[in-house]
Write a protein that binds this ligand. Structure first.
Ligand code: NIG
Ligand code: FE
Length: 399
């Protein structure tokens, strides 16, 4: 093993590991810390005073800043063309958000060449990385023909392994009034073509999209093809989404902004993660979900961006953390956990979202004395470095 494959990040003011064995509860926060990475994997984490022998290699001086796991953004829609700024502006002067707006982006996406979609996708992933996102999920869902859904997944596969088939995003224009015919296409030819590219299957189960029975049919077909469910549930109103997600042992129920008591009980008794997407409530001027109620009920909560041109055009996990703390009843520690390990759980990943020994060395360095500053200093770029698998992939401007 050469010293080049090793790096000691030293002089860390606060190290957030999400490792309960450090004796600080689930967040595993260590003051005056260091972290040793070898061959892309966390080899040691602890107090500076306890740095073991054999930590040879490069040394990075963290300057008293904060090191935390890279953000795991478990919900994003990154393959699209165009934007919907006029729709956003109209909402800010009182127009409501409706699922039907998706069709605007579908039209733009279908008519865009591969290179245009690829360039936008690459820019968004790079933008996310600069704010500390080291794992990102990506859905199809703006193609809604067999060829355009396959194309979306094929392009997304160039930037991530966390690929979700969302042919059931909305009923496209040409199937207006024939929703059942569209569902038949999704569970038939479209699924056949898309399943080889995807790991997950998703359905938007909500007003203006698909109902509970349609969602069940779509998820059943996906499961039969080896895909694992995740569900856009209860964003716009209460309904069947959460119950369907739990029934199918979905990895996550996403949005969950309108919940009944029995929805919360069902989530708490399941291993389905509740993924909250505060960017969507921000950009649709809707009420934020009550994270406190979910946490107090024992539900596992993730935070993600939902990056898409309609309801949440942001790649910034720090922005989501800040909203979750300010307006959703999460403590700063809880929000950081949900944006890291919570996201990993929503993707059923053990290797990311934490800095326990053996983790993939995906991490970020903040030019701030604690991770609390992510919410305390909203809108400020605090990132001074990002590492993926132990390689520095971004040098930020923060001190
Ligand atoms: O997660 N809710 C469904 N899909 C996206 C919005 C898509 C759009 O408006 O283009 C979401 O918010
Ligand atoms: Fe979404």
């Amino acid at each position: 093993m050469s010293a080049e494959d090793a790096v000691l990040i030293d002089n860390i003011g606060e190290l957030v590991t999400n490792d309960p064995t450090h004796g600080d509860g689930p967040h595993g926060v260590i003051a005056d810390a260091a972290l040793f990475v070898r061959d892309g994997i966390v080899a040691w984490a602890g107090r500076r005073a306890d740095i073991p022998q054999g930590t040879d290699g490069a040394r990075v001086d963290a300057g008293g800043g904060t090191v935390l796991p890279g953000f795991v953004d478990s919900h994003a829609h990154l393959v699209f063309a165009g934007d919907r700024a006029p729709e956003f502006a109209a909402r800010m002067s009182g127009s409501p958000y409706a699922a039907g707006g998706i069709r605007t982006t579908v039209a733009a996406t279908r008519s865009a060449p591969d290179d245009v979609l690829r360039a936008r996708l690459g820019e968004l992933v790079a933008e996310a990385l600069r704010s500390g996102t080291t794992t990102i999920e990506c859905k199809s869902g703006y193609g809604l023909t067999v060829a355009d859904e396959v194309r979306s997944l094929r392009l997304a596969a160039e930037v991530t392994d966390e690929l979700t088939f969302l042919g059931a995003h909305v009923v496209p224009e040409e199937y207006s009034g024939r929703a059942d015919d569209y569902v038949a296409l999704v569970v038939g030819e479209m699924l056949d073509a898309c399943a080889p590219y995807a790991k997950w299957i998703d359905v938007f189960c909500d007003r203006g999209a698909f109902d509970g029975e349609q969602a069940r049919e779509i998820l059943r077909a996906g499961v039969a093809r080896g895909l694992v469910p995740r569900v856009h549930a209860n964003q716009l109103q209460t309904g069947d989404g959460v119950q369907v997600a739990v029934e199918f042992d979905a990895a996550s129920a996403d949005h969950v902004s309108h919940l009944t008591g029995s929805d919360i009980e069902a989530l708490a008794a399941s291993r389905t993660v509740a993924t909250l997407l505060p960017g969507a409530e921000f950009s649709t001027r809707a009420a934020y979900p009550d994270a406190r109620r979910l946490l107090d009920a024992g539900v596992t909560v993730a935070l993600a961006t939902d990056c898409n041109p309609g309801s949440s055009f942001t790649t910034s996990m720090p922005f989501c953390v800040a909203i979750a703390v300010r307006d959703m009843g999460m403590t700063p520690r809880e929000a950081v956990w949900s944006a890291t390990e919570g996201g990993a759980k929503a993707l059923r990943r053990e290797d990311v979202g934490h800095l326990r020994v053996g983790a993939r060395a995906d991490l970020l360095l903040l030019g701030a004395p604690s991770a609390v500053h992510l919410a305390y200093r909203p809108g400020v770029d605090l990132v001074s470095g990002v590492w993926r698998s132990g390689q520095r992939v971004h040098v930020g401007s923060a001190r």
